[in-house]
Design a binder for this molecule. Structure first.
Ligand SMILES: Cc1cc2nc3c(=O)[nH]c(=O)nc-3n(C[C@H](O)[C@H](O)[C@H](O)COP(=O)(O)OP(=O)(O)OC[C@H]3O[C@@H](n4cnc5c(N)ncnc54)[C@H](O)[C@@H]3O)c2cc1C
Length: 341
């Protein structure tokens, strides 16, 4: 049974929200999580070796809890020559290629088992009150459009990235994504990355077979296009040397677009609330660390709530954001200076 007033209400049931709920509930808090349903369900993403370790050690889920294909090698065609990197040289070990529906579902099921009241297809539509005057009054609407209200002492924003209004071309990358199956592909289940003059490509093993392919391009390139996304993707794959060979003769599934590298909030915590995952800072596929940050921020935010306050958490988010922005800026400068021939 749930009390009339929750200790914490989590807005968003992606990896960050589910992990944070799980940790708070295990510590004895009354927690509800509302998720309106994800648009990333069909996405395949890479759970880094470090993210896997965090899931094992911080969330204490068994090693086989997460379904996916183990990815022990990266084949990168970034400059003149392709380079193979082996997970054996990575202190965190192999990564895992997962379907987000299954990955997020496992984390939400674990949160539920820990005592979180998980409300799927439930959208938070309004917030009122909050400190210093008292608890938050939260209004949620379910899939049948029924509205209800509940009280919570604390809010966790885990609602994903915030849309950028910036039109600066370096600021907006779009990922064009599709599953490809069949064809001449004989490579083992590795991550393949390649850059071209217009953007960069990656291919991950799809847990259901074939490859999941992503092409990240600046938004301006798509604004000027005169052809459908699927046609553009197939036209541009011709610029690649590795990915085109990998996908030769493959059947392309539906192409989806996903905006990346969006803005972060002005702050990641305030009185009576904290933000985790993409809601705490922008992430993009260049970093390959979105899920890692989601789990680690959930762990650090729950510690901030239960033990030591938000100061250390804010400092950590600031450091990670700064490091990420520097790497991204260096990458973009390098890209602009020496586009591959
Ligand atoms: C093209 C692309 C490829 C990527 N590939 C990788 C990769 O391979 N590896 C990696 O580590 N990272 C990758 N990322 C980053 C990764 O997807 C994100 O960092 C990760 O999804 C963040 O998790 P989250 O829980 O913070 O947010 P999300 O996964 O976005 O979850 C937020 C949830 O909150 C819900 N929600 C939002 N508003 C409300 C509301 N008002 N009420 C109720 N629910 C709400 C949403 O529906 C959603 O389910 C990629 C990103 C992009 C754009």
């Amino acid at each position: 049974m749930c009390p009339d007033r929750l200790d914490a209400l989590i807005i968003g049931g992606g990896p960050a929200g589910a992990a944070c709920g799980l940790l708070l509930a295990r510590a004895g808090a009354w927690v509800a999580l509302h998720d309106r349903g994800s648009r990333h369900d069909e996405m395949v993403e890479l759970v880094s070796g470090r993210a896997r370790r965090l899931i094992l050690e911080s969330l204490k889920l068994p090693p086989d809890a997460i379904d996916g294909v183990e990815v022990a090698q990266t084949l990168a065609f970034w400059d003149e020559r392709p380079v193979v990197r082996d997970a054996i040289t990575n202190p965190w070990g192999a990564a895992l290629s997962v379907v987000r529906r299954s990955f997020d579902g496992t984390l939400r099921t674990s949160a539920r088992a820990a005592g979180v009241q998980v409300c799927e297809n439930s959208r938070v539509v309004a917030l009122a009150g909050g400190p210093p005057s008292g608890a938050w009054l939260v209004t949620v609407v379910d899939s049948g459009r029924r509205a209800r209200q509940c009280w919570a002492d604390f809010l966790v924003f885990a609602s994903g990235s915030i849309r950028s209004r910036s039109r600066a071309e370096t600021d907006r990358f779009v990922g064009l994504l599709a599953r490809c199956a069949g064809g001449a592909d004989t490579l083992p289940p590795m991550l393949v990355v390649e850059r071209t003059q217009t953007g960069w490509w990656y291919a991950l093993p799809h847990p259901a077979g074939g490859r999941f392919v992503g092409y990240c391009v600046p938004g301006r390139l798509l604004r000027r296009r005169r052809i459908a996304l699927a046609a553009l993707l197939q036209e541009h794959v011709g610029q690649t040397r590795l990915i085109s060979r990998l996908l030769a003769g493959a059947r392309w599934g539906r192409v989806r677009g996903r905006l990346s590298a969006q803005m972060g909030p002005a702050a990641a915590a305030g009185v009576g609330w904290i933000a985790v995952g993409d809601a705490a800072r922008p992430s993009d596929p260049l970093s390959g660390q979105g899920l890692e940050f989601a789990i680690e921020s959930a762990q650090r935010a729950s510690a901030a709530l239960l033990e030591d306050g938000a100061r250390a958490y804010l400092e950590w988010v600031r450091e990670v954001t700064e490091r990420h922005s520097k790497t991204r800026a260096a990458w973009l400068a390098d890209y602009a200076a020496s586009p591959p021939s």
